[in-house]
Write a protein that binds this ligand. Structure first.
Ligand SMILES: Cc1cc2nc3c(=O)[nH]c(=O)nc-3n(C[C@H](O)[C@H](O)[C@H](O)COP(=O)(O)OP(=O)(O)OC[C@H]3O[C@@H](n4cnc5c(N)ncnc54)[C@H](O)[C@@H]3O)c2cc1C
Length: 300
């Protein structure tokens, strides 16, 4: 491991630096995101992680000791390469990137635009141009930016003429790219009302079956594209609320898809349980279809 990951990089730098073109000398080393994970998650990988961290330090020192060299380490995302398969990695267990992502990223890293990243270790695994889409807690920062259609209601008479903001998604994935991530089924009574109005087959049962094609959740037997996380009760408050509502006679099933929306409800989040990133129309539906030859996307 030390031979491959550290010594090879050291030798490459040693050979490269005397011959470098000082006006745009660039050294980019490909590292792995696993160097950021706690060791308890990586049994048997001590040599690999330690040698990759040593490589990162070599690059960092190169950048600081030789000011005319741009040097950085890049985690290339999750790409299904031969070595990925050999390591026992399973493409279906993690959201994968296409090789174009690190390829484009490395090219960009060697451009003057990336000079502020000198000496850094960076990740190339954003699948959108705006990281605020992926980081769940950042969604409010997308409102009233170039990422929203900043619609407004007409002046509201009942609100002393005020106009109410009505933002909608203006980016790939639409409003699902910036919504509040709450993923809940509507109430059973609402859907059953459709059927009772004379629409056989449009009731709760068939609605639930169809909805299962849209999401995957640890709490349900569903196999759709949107990945859900069901929050754990990490404080006393959910228990207190549930017990109180139960004592008052309200239902508290604990099932986000029970169809009972009054009482104690746990709402699932459209957050991928592994990556902790937003799961939305952009990465769940559009991304897998991007390489189709009959698909062209214009965003301007
Ligand atoms: C701030 C916010 C928070 C929300 N929070 C939640 C939540 O927590 N839980 C929840 O379930 N729902 C939430 N929603 C609602 C939910 O996101 C939307 O109901 C859902 O995304 C609507 O999907 P849609 O496909 O109908 O429309 P959209 O997702 O809005 O998609 C419409 C797409 O069409 C594009 N478009 C519009 N006009 C044109 C045109 N002329 N030419 C080309 N493209 C055009 C838009 O840019 C957009 O990409 C929220 C919405 C917002 C705005």
């Amino acid at each position: 491991m030390v031979q491959t990951n550290t010594k090879t990089v050291f030798l490459a730098i040693k050979v490269f630096t005397p011959t470098k073109n000082a006006s745009h000398a660039t050294v980019l080393a490909v590292t792995s995101g696993v160097t950021s994970l706690p060791s308890s998650m990586l049994p048997g990988l001590s040599a690999y992680v330690a040698s990759k961290l040593a490589q990162t330090k070599l690059i960092e020192f190169l950048a600081s000791e030789q000011p005319d060299v741009f040097a950085a380490t890049v985690h290339p995302g999750a790409v299904e390469t031969a070595i990925f398969k050999k390591s026992g990695g399973k493409a279906e267990s993690v959201p994968m990137d296409k090789v174009q992502l690190p390829a484009h990223f490395l090219l960009w890293m060697s451009s003057p635009e990336a000079s502020f990243l000198n000496g850094r270790s960076v990740w190339a695994n954003w699948d959108t141009s705006d990281p605020r889409v992926n980081v769940p807690g950042m969604w409010p920062s997308l409102i009233r930016t170039e990422s929203t259609w900043d619609f407004k209601t007409i002046p509201q008479r009942g609100l002393e003429g005020r106009e109410i903001g009505f933002p909608q998604g203006r980016l790939l994935g639409g409003s699902s790219a910036l919504n509040g991530l709450a993923f809940s089924a509507t109430s059973k009574a609402n859907i059953d009302a459709w059927e009772s109005l004379g629409n056989p087959g449009w009731g709760w049962q068939s609605f639930c079956e169809s909805m299962k094609n849209s999401y995957t959740s640890p709490s349900a037997d569903a196999k759709g594209s949107i990945q859900l996380t069901v929050p754990e009760a990490d404080t006393e408050w959910p228990r207190i609320w549930t017990e109180t509502l139960s004592a008052l006679g309200f239902p508290t099933t604990g099932d986000p898809f029970s169809g009972e929306l009054s009482g104690g409800v746990i709402v699932a989040d459209s957050i991928h349980p592994l990556t902790k990133q937003r799961s939305y129309a952009g990465n769940a539906y559009l991304e897998p279809a991007r390489s189709r030859p009959n698909l062209t996307i214009w965003t301007k």
